[in-house]
Design a protein around this ligand. Structure first.
Ligand code: SF4
Ligand code: SF4
Length: 294
């Protein structure tokens, strides 16, 4: 686009806007060769429409100093077969209907200068693809509550997994509607459709394998296992009666505590406080509402 020769069609709106062509030309640094691109009419939408139409014919682009009649002026341009790309500026509000009169010329010139600037290069397009794999990270009660709510709201369009990061006295439901894991030292990186989440296993009981039979709870003489199916390390004395009780299922493995794991998810709902990603503009597909309701 050659902005130096972009036509500028101004209109005094029946004499109510003061247009100073010479000062505008100076302000826009138009030299003698460029000055003809600047036209001032009194009624672009009326008696000057034919001249407007003719002027547009050869223009690659044009700036039109009227917004209230933009629709009509577009029609005039279309009928003239003008291929011009029209940019409308509100000359009447900038330069007229104000007590400033010709004092408004710098404002008009500034608007024209902005309109004459080249269009910025388009930013590169970014594509996201999500199949609805949602990971909810947080203390058991909150995370499981939101898992239920997310499933209720979005049904089969999402697949929920829960990463429990702390004990809050909540019991795990007997029904296993979603994969539930325990983790600490959680990290999240990525974006919508491609979040890489890694953590260290926090619990000897593999909640995904556990069938909630409660045999370990009954077997533990220290009462170290609760109905959240997590082992309280402070109470556990390590004699492994629970492991024996779970032998057929094989869901308890003390040696696995701390083992690293990582998975990829499309979406992350992070209930951690503080949030795991703390930047001004977190990635699409990541929400960290803290204590705020969603
Ligand atoms: S015995 Fe094993 S399967 Fe049963 S509740 Fe305990 S960990 Fe789960
Ligand atoms: S090792 Fe012993 S104390 Fe620890 S959870 Fe198992 S049964 Fe309870």
């Amino acid at each position: 686009m050659n902005n130096a020769h972009k036509a500028i069609q101004l209109c005094s709106c029946n004499g109510t806007v003061e247009i100073d062509i010479r000062r505008l030309g100076d302000a826009l640094a138009l030299d003698a060769a460029d000055l003809p691109v600047l036209h001032a009419a009194t009624q672009l939408c009326g008696r000057d429409a034919a001249a407007f139409s003719a002027a547009l014919g050869g223009a690659a682009d044009a700036i039109v100093g009227c917004t209230q009649e933009a629709a009509l002026l577009r029609e005039v341009a279309d009928e003239a077969g003008a291929t011009a790309g029209l940019t409308f500026i509100n000359l009447r509000d900038i330069g007229g209907r104000s007590p400033r009169g010709s004092d408004a010329t710098p404002s008009v010139a500034a608007q024209l200068a902005m309109a004459r600037m080249a269009e910025p290069a388009p930013v590169p397009a970014v594509s996201y693809a999500s199949s609805g794999q949602l990971l909810i990270i947080g203390p058991a009660g909150a995370a499981l509550g939101w898992a239920q709510e997310a499933q209720r709201r979005y049904g089969d369009s999402i697949a929920v997994s829960v990463l429990v990061t702390g004990r809050d006295g909540s019991e795990l439901p007997v029904r296993r509607d979603w994969p539930v894991m325990t983790g600490r030292d959680v990290t999240v990186s990525g974006w919508l459709g491609a979040f890489d989440v890694s953590w260290a296993r926090a619990n000897a009981i593999d909640l995904d394998a556990c069938v909630r039979c409660n045999a370990c709870i009954d077997a533990c003489p220290e009462g170290a296992i609760g109905y959240d199916y997590q082992v309280d390390a402070a109470r556990c004395t390590g004699h492994r009666a629970c492991v024996k009780a779970c032998a057929d299922i094989g869901a308890i493995d003390f040696a696995a505590v701390g083992s690293p794991r990582s998975e990829r998810y499309d979406l992350v709902l992070d209930l951690s406080e503080p949030a795991l990603i703390r930047i001004p503009h977190p990635p699409q597909g990541y929400a960290a509402p803290g204590r705020d309701p969603l």
